[in-house]
Design a protein around this ligand. Sequence first.
Ligand SMILES: [Zn+2]
Length: 327
Amino acid sequence: MTPAPSGAKAGAQAATPNGAPRLTCIAPGVHFVERGWLNGNHFIATSPQLRLIDTGYKDDLETTIEVLRGLDAEPRDIELIVNTHCHCDHAGGNRRLQAESGCRIVMHEREKRRIEEGDDIGTWWRFHDTWAEPFPVHAGLAEGDELEFGPLSLRVVHAPGHSIGQIALYCREQRFLISADALWHGDLGVINPLVEGEDALERAGQTLERILSLDVAVVYPGHGGAITEPRPAALRCMRKLESYRKNELRMHEDHLRKMAAYVVLTKSRVHPDALYDQLMQQIWFTQLVDRYFDARPRPVYERILGEMLTLRMVKLEGGFLVGSGRR
Ligand SMILES: [Zn+2]
C-alpha cells in the first residue's frame, strides 16, 4: 500500500448535515456515497448504465432514492446491483429497487446461497427488527471476476471473515479498494463464529493480509469515510485480531458492544434497562452470553455498558443512552 495521490478526494462535496449522505466523485460519473453509521455506504455509477454497489437499509430507502435523484438518476433505470455481502444494512434496498427496475442483482456465490436458502441469521435479516425483504439473485460472483462500473473495471476480491461470501472490489487503475466490512478506519465488522464458523477470525486475518498485499492508495469502507492511509488502518486491525487470538472473549465483547451501540442508534434514545431488555430479545446476544460468558447476561451487560460509556460509543443524557456514532 502506498500513500494517496494528491487529488484523491477531489470532487468531495462539502460535509452534509449530521447523518445525511455525503457524496464524493471518485471517477467520471462514479460516486462514493457515505451514509450515516447505521447504513452501509453505496457506490453509484450513472453511465453508460446506472449501477449500484450496495443499497443500505430497507427503512432508509427513501434517502437512497433521493441520492439517486440528486445525480439525475431514477430507480427504474438501475441496470445492476452488486452487493458486497448479504447483510441487511447493505442489501436492504435491493427488493424495492429490483422490483422497480427489473435490474440484475449479483453477489458472491456463498452469499447468493444464503439468500436462496432464506437464511435470516446469516443475512442478519432477523437482526434488530430490521428485515430485508427477499429478492432474486441473478448470478454468483467469484474471486477474480471483473465488473464494469462506469468507466472503471473492478476486480472481485473474496474477503471472508465478517461474512463468508463478503467481497471487496479492487480498482487497479485508480488504486482504490472498496473494502466493505473487511476494513474500516482502524476497525472492522463484527466477527461471529456462531454464524460464520470457528475459523472466521482466521479468515478475517487472511483477508486483511490480502488487502495489505494490494497496491491501494485509498480505501472506501462499508461504513465511515474514505481511508487515505490504508496501511496503518489495516495494521491496527491486524493488531486487534492478534489481541482476539490471545483472548477470544475480547472479540465477543467487541461484538456485544457493537450490537448494543447499534440498538441505541436505531432507537435514538433508550433507558439502560430498556436497552438490556432489547438485547435479551436479540438471539445473538443471548447465544453469545450463553456460550462464552457463563450464561450470566446482566453482569456482562453492565460491563460492556461501562466500556461503551468510557469509549464514548454512547453517552448518558438525563438518564437515557444516546448514540455518539463512535465505535
Ligand atoms: Zn456486514
